[in-house]
Write a new protein. Structure first.
Length: 358
């Protein structure tokens, strides 16, 4: 060994390569209160082990089928990073997973997160995990573990990425979609809170064209910055939908309206030979969508296949039960639109009438 070369001395440490084990340990301690706030029947509140435990029997299930989902937040994270606002993207992360679980009739049980960064910022990480815990509380899921990875050279500056993994359960005879979906069933749309977590590469392009930065006043809503407005978190529909399922037994199917909009997501839960007719006149989109359409010159068809356009979830119910289901959902705090019905006679998987009023 050449002792004159400092890179070949015996004093090189992991921290010299950019990874701080002590910071990681401090981070685990910092997030423990947030994690413990998500305790629910069946969960173990302790973190730091090699795996998280969950007791299905303690959660009250008799003949459960497990349902698993995973997702991320997409380039919405880029706005959070550049704007220095980290408190809401954790809610988005949970929402994108648990909203996919509930459409199969499943109750979210537990959640795990993965946070990767070039250099761990304990305060930013704490805000992210507190957002994840808030999303878990809204969904009734326990945050039972996760992974935080420092990867210098993979991520630069303050960049980070998030991924989430959720597991839920549904009794075997309650799995959705059901087999009795038929011509004439109606579609109930649940209002979105805004963009949710899809289409942000296009959104960022529109902001660039308009010459706006994240501290600029939002052009579509008063008294908040553009960054704050665009980071409005994804709505979590779990508790209202589970309530409607349990109280009415009348929901036949649900579609989470994410990337691909109505066009791609509704057909995923319909049987072959059944299409959906959507009346756009019945939908009241949040103002952000009108701004994107006008500022970016985005045509209606492109809006409909990129964004939720004001409807984050669609439920299929029989005509005779539509009012009852809508009433339960409204009692649970949802805004509900009767947006269309199913038809066996149309050639298109999803057909539109009317127009969105920006």
């Amino acid at each position: 060994m050449n002792s004159d070369n400092p890179e070949k001395s015996n004093s090189l440490r992991y921290s010299d390569a950019g990874v701080d084990i002590d910071a990681g340990n401090a981070f685990v301690e910092a997030i423990k209160p947030a994690v413990k706030s998500t305790i629910r029947p069946g969960s173990n509140p302790e973190i730091g082990g090699f795996g998280g435990l969950f007791d299905l029997k303690a959660a009250g299930y008799r003949d459960p089928v497990l349902v698993a989902t995973n997702d991320g937040v997409g380039t919405k994270l880029k706005i959070a990073i550049d704007a220095g606002i980290h408190s809401t993207v954790g809610i988005d992360l949970v929402a994108m997973c648990v909203n996919d679980l509930v459409v199969q009739g499943a109750e979210p049980l537990f959640f795990l997160d993965y946070l990767a960064t070039g250099k761990l910022d304990i305060e930013a990480g704490k805000q992210i995990v507190e957002g994840i815990a808030e999303g878990c509380r809204q969904a009734g899921a326990a945050l039972i573990g996760g992974e935080t990875a420092e990867m210098p050279g993979m991520y630069h500056g303050s960049d980070y990425d998030l991924a989430g993994f959720a597991v839920g359960a549904v009794e075997r005879n309650n799995i959705l979609p059901s087999s009795n979906i038929k011509d004439g069933d109606v579609l109930l749309g649940l209002a979105s809170s805004g963009l949710h977590s899809n289409g942000f590469s296009l959104v960022r392009r529109v902001c660039e064209i308009e010459g706006l930065d994240w501290a600029s006043p939002a052009p579509f809503v008063n008294h908040v910055s553009l960054g704050e407005a665009l980071l409005e978190p994804t709505r979590i529909y779990v508790r209202p939908l589970l309530s409607a399922i349990r109280k009415t037994g009348a929901i036949k199917a649900m579609a989470h309206i994410t990337g691909g909009g109505f066009t791609e997501n509704i057909p995923r839960v319909l049987p072959e030979g059944i299409g959906a007719s959507i009346d756009l006149d019945e939908i009241t989109p949040p103002s952000v969508f009108g701004w994107i359409s006008k500022a970016g010159g985005v045509e209606l068809n492109e809006m409909l296949r990129t964004f939720n356009c004001g409807v984050g979830m669609v439920a299929v119910v029989g005509t005779e039960h539509a009012d009852t289901v809508a009433e339960v959902l409204r009692d649970e705090g949802e805004t509900v639109f009767l947006i269309g019905q199913l038809s066996a006679e149309q050639s298109e998987a999803v057909a539109f009438s009317g127009t969105l009023k920006w």
